[in-house]
Design a protein around this ligand. Sequence first.
Ligand SMILES: [Zn+2]
Length: 196
Amino acid sequence: MSETRFAPEDMDRARELLARSYSPSPGDADIELVAASISAERRSRIADAITDKDLRAAHDQLYASSSVRRALRGVLESLAQALLARGVVPKPDDFDGDWWLWWPQQGRGPCQHCGNQRTLRRYSARFGKPYRYLCQRCRQQEVSDNEEYLNQSTGVIPEPGESADSLLLRRLTAIAAQAADMRHPPSRPMELTEDE
Ligand SMILES: [Zn+2]
């Protein structure tokens, strides 16, 4: 532990939390670990009271103590929230790729795309994109970029009033047709025919 700084009230709170949810007679090491976590979270709300590095270290130390971590999940969650507020988000593979389980779904902090302080939502790792926290504006941009990409790559443009299911079906059909063409290239020039 690089630096242990906790106030008497952090120790009291740690004892109380541990006694309630972990063990009636916790050891000193566990109490100090939890007190350090509580202290780090408390100081994260005071300007310049703790560096990003020390805040992340407090989170990681609590995470490393798996038994205490399980019992005091709320403390780990509030450290994650404090880190998100500073734009500190784990890499996709950190913590066995499981960090999204206790990192907040929604919070406030610098957007991972535009960097502005905003209300953020976490978006799932899907379609080749990692877990990421985006502000509403960047998310909308991402969605419309995806739309644009799909329009171009499938050649299927949404029709006015078309349902999402219908659009998805038409795109999947187009993608399947493209895949079939790649496997069996036409031996003679294809004639363009109208559907229907
Ligand atoms: Zn943004």
